[in-house]
Design a protein around this ligand. Structure first.
Ligand code: FAD
Ligand code: DHB
Length: 414
């Protein structure tokens, strides 16, 4: 049997983008249906991001998602940058006049969002299959899926939001002439990431360039470390025993008088590195947000923060469109988001290329990396440039009541 339904916004994907969008739309009085092909448990356990810009933290607080984040998040003033056997601190709070960063795992944001949406009785379906979207250039696009009990749903929407990540179906449902730009760069290395029951050996995150490759020491809680190693792009994780991972991390982070605390590895995985931007982020009544539209290599921690900024802008734009019949912010959505996307794409590419060792890298390239790093830790201007984009480039445009005049909310459109 097929069930025919109606909603204002059909959302594909219950990652951070899809879940936050459904939460923000509900605050604006707009209905949505959100479908996800994985289980709730899988979404809540998928290890990914951890570093939040202060702009992201402020938005989550504003929309009622700050309680656990404030209790359990680890607020940091800045980062360490290590190269040539020395570790340097960059104090972002001081460099930006007050902005900071917070470690709070994506898994926890997803748990908080699912709890909030479930408590609100939201239409949120896990373990769906056969998701399709159609009639995207009409004013009644359709979202179709089969639910976990094998019932087929056809949901007629005003708008569809593609929040289904890089490998999702929504971007690929856009006809060939619908995307005017697909800009892509792949990198010849990957990250091997571990989650470990080992107290962090540092108070703030360390980005380390070593001749053997990049390493990153992050954390999740005062008891749990999150660490990454640069490995070859086609690396097989089975080649890395836990003792080898710890030994390689210790070699890359080594400093006189400092040691790395080891512990049981709870989870390990390999992440490929790619930059990708699809534009425009809209086709008819399909709006793309988060990783469905753009991905960055993880260095610089921009992906989740971009997804949050996209859906904050999208929620405001769709509330204006669907509640107040005002299309101006929806029409400006793609251009507005792409400005931030390209700034973050540059930061991630820059940090990636400055800190990783490419296969066959020659002395010229190594010296260019080292001179950039020396400049970063000795020039206040260079450090402030990094700090500004790292902590959140521009204010996130979100109007919680959606009652402000458009020009107060979004000056670039007015
Ligand atoms: P996703 O999280 O990918 O969510 C998309 C959802 O759609 C998924 O749940 C998927 O199952 C679902 N889906 C896909 N296809 C379908 C379908 N056909 N039907 C229904 N549902 C579907 N970012 C940061 O900001 N800071 C960091 O510190 C950081 N570190 C990272 C470290 C690693 C190792 C990795 C891999 C990423 C990191 N990122 C970081 C990036 C960040 O995790 C992503 O940018 C973020 O998950 C994007 O959220 P999203 O909701 O757009 O996409
Ligand atoms: C983390 C991930 C990143 O990509 C980064 O640049 C900093 C921190 C993390 O997982 O904590």
């Amino acid at each position: 049997m097929t069930v025919h339904e109606r909603t204002q916004v059909g959302i594909v994907g219950a990652g951070p983008a899809g879940l936050l969008l459904s939460h923000l739309l509900a605050l604006g009085g707009v209905d949505s249906v959100c479908v996800e092909n994985r289980s709730r448990a899988y979404c809540e356990a998928r290890q990914r991001a951890g570093m939040l810009e202060s702009t992201t933290v402020e938005l989550l607080r504003t929309v009622g998602l700050g309680d656990r984040l404030d209790a359990e998040g680890l607020e940091h003033d800045g980062i360490y940058v290590q190269f040539d056997g020395q570790r340097h601190h960059l104090n972002f709070r001081e460099l930006t006049g007050g902005r900071w960063i917070t470690i709070y795992a994506q898994t926890e944001i997803v748990k908080d969002l699912i709890a909030a949406r479930t408590a609100a009785g939201a239409a949120l379906e896990f373990e769906v299959s056969g998701t399709t979207v159609g009639r995207l250039d009409s004013d009644a696009p359709v979202l179709c899926y089969t639910d976990a009990s094998d019932e087929r749903h056809v949901v007629t929407c005003d708008v569809i939001a593609g929040c289904d990540g890089f490998h999702g179906i929504t971007r690929r449902s856009i006809p060939a002439n619908g995307l005017t730009m697909l800009a892509e760069r792949s990198y010849p290395y990957a990250w091997l990431g571990i989650l470990a029951a080992a107290p962090p050996s540092t108070d703030e995150v360390i980005y380390c360039r070593h001749d053997r490759g990049f390493a990153l020491h992050s954390m999740r809680t005062p008891e749990i470390g999150r660490l990454y190693l640069q490995v070859p792009a086609d690396e097989d994780i089975a080649r890395w025993r836990d003792e080898q991972i710890w030994a390689e991390l210790a070699t890359r982070f080594a400093l006189p008088g400092w040691s790395l605390t080891n512990g049981p590895v709870l989870q390990k995985s390999i992440t490929p590195m790619r930059s990708f931007v699809a534009a425009p982020m809209r086709y008819g009544n399909l709006f793309l947000a988060g990783d469905a539209a753009h991905i960055v290599p993880p260095t610089g921690a921009k992906g989740l923060n971009l997804a949050v900024a996209d859906v904050a802008a999208l929620a405001t734009a769709l509330t204006r469109l669907l509640r107040d019949a005002d299309p101006s912010l929806a029409d400006a959505y793609s251009d507005h988001c792409l400005e931030r996307v390209w700034r973050s794409t540059h930061l991630s590419w820059w940090m990636t290329s400055m800190l990783h060792i490419a296969p066959g890298q020659d002395q010229f390239e190594s010296e260019l990396q080292l001179t950039q790093l020396r400049h970063l830790v000795t020039s206040r201007t260079a450090a402030a440039t990094l700090a500004e984009t790292y902590t959140g480039y521009a204010p996130i445009r979100y109007d919680p009541s959606t009652r402000l005049a458009a020009k107060q909310l979004w000056p670039s459109v007015a």
